[in-house]
Design a protein around this ligand. Structure first.
Ligand SMILES: CSC[C@H]1O[C@H](OP(=O)(O)O)[C@H](O)[C@@H]1O
Length: 340
């Protein structure tokens, strides 16, 4: 496979390399993802993260393993292991379902390579379409609030919600970005802050608990978040803390937008209650870890609840900004937004 590079993925010397997103921003460490076990470990540890990127990394690895001579049976087994690597984001399943079709073709090595590269190219285009559609909704002088990380690190392109923000900034419509640090794993404080700094976009980092008072002080003009899965009724699973932002925005009558590629839609999932929510290790809440090492502050015997995602009901969402256009609450209520 030809050499390729995105913000957080590289293929070089016929091997997949990933940018360790747990080490950012202090360290830019490229690590090998040479086999299924290695990539799954990176995904579990969120060294590879972000709904679209997880699917793209799995697809690229499968294509590379095929080029290394893996049999069709071994590739089918690898596909199923990768497909189960993270349960909430549906992009992984959608991508690998397409790779499964490629695997069924006679020349599956070429078909897998082409499909993986197609998925990368498509994601870049999806991000641009989301950015254009979303930026049109941003009014000049906006102070936008965002949660978690939805930029180039999490996709193959400019990102989803962060792609909207950067496109609107390039149109001189954004004066400040409030960046939720996003406990427990600090995707906002570490990754979004880093990406916005690299882009030269003005931002202020806040603790998640500060969003409410900022809204009460009328310092927030809109909230933009990503999505890991959008159910058939418009409910959205996203990083834990998203639902509380939606409730706050609703109370303060602030627009709350979800930005995602259409590959995040799951027509087979009837509502948010049916979305599997990944539960994660207690150590992520009892302390913090990163390239600096780790520190634990809670009592040893502390019992912990650590769901990685929450579900925002469709009723709290002002618009679903997809690459296919902006979906309104009326369209969602009528059930006419899903791909046929
Ligand atoms: C465009 S990324 C979408 C989604 O992925 C993130 O989750 P994680 O950091 O655990 O991979 C977060 O939920 C983003 O909103």
């Amino acid at each position: 496979m030809k050499t390729l590079s995105t913000t957080s993925l590289q293929v070089r010397d016929n091997q997949l390399w990933i940018l360790d997103q747990q080490a950012l921003p202090q360290q830019k460490n490229w690590l090998p993802a040479a086999d299924v076990a290695e990539l799954v470990a990176h995904i579990h540890a969120l060294r590879v993260r972000g709904a679209p990127l997880i699917g793209l990394s799995a697809s690229l690895l499968l294509a590379l393993l095929a080029e290394q001579g893996f049999t069709r049976t071994a590739l089918a087994d690898a596909l199923e292991v990768l497909r189960a690597a993270r349960p909430t984001a549906v992009n992984l399943m959608n991508n690998l379902d397409r790779m499964r079709l490629a695997l069924a073709q006679e020349n599956y090595v070429a078909a897998l390579r082409m499909e993986a590269l197609n998925l990368i190219d498509e994601d870049k285009k999806l991000c641009d379409a989301i950015a254009d559609a979303g930026a049109a909704l941003v009014t000049p002088g906006s102070r936008l609030l965002t949660h978690c990380n939805t930029g180039g690190l999490a996709t193959a392109g400019v990102g989803t919600a962060l792609g909207v923000i950067s496109r609107a900034f390039s149109q001189q419509k954004v004066t400040n970005v409030w960046v939720d640090e996003t406990r427990p794993l600090l995707q906002g404080g570490r990754l979004t802050a880093w990406e916005l700094g690299e882009l030269g976009i003005p931002y202020q980092l806040i603790c998640d608990s500060m969003a409410a008072s900022l809204m009460a002080q009328k310092q927030v003009d809109a909230v933009w978040v990503g999505a890991d899965r959008i159910a058939a009724n418009g409910d959205v699973a996203n990083k834990i803390g998203t639902y509380s932002l939606a409730v706050l925005a609703h109370y303060h009558q602030i627009p709350f937008y979800v930005a995602a590629p259409h590959t995040t839609l799951d027509p087979h999932c009837p509502n948010g209650a049916a979305i599997p929510i990944e539960q994660r290790a207690a150590s992520e809440v009892t302390g913090v870890a990163g390239s600096f090492g780790s520190v634990q502050w809670a009592p040893e015997q502390a019992r912990v609840h650590n769901p990685a995602f929450d579900v925002t009901p469709a009723a709290l969402i002002s618009g679903w900004v997809l690459d296919t256009g902006v979906i309104t609450p009326e369209q969602v209520n009528a059930g006419i937004f899903l791909p046929r």
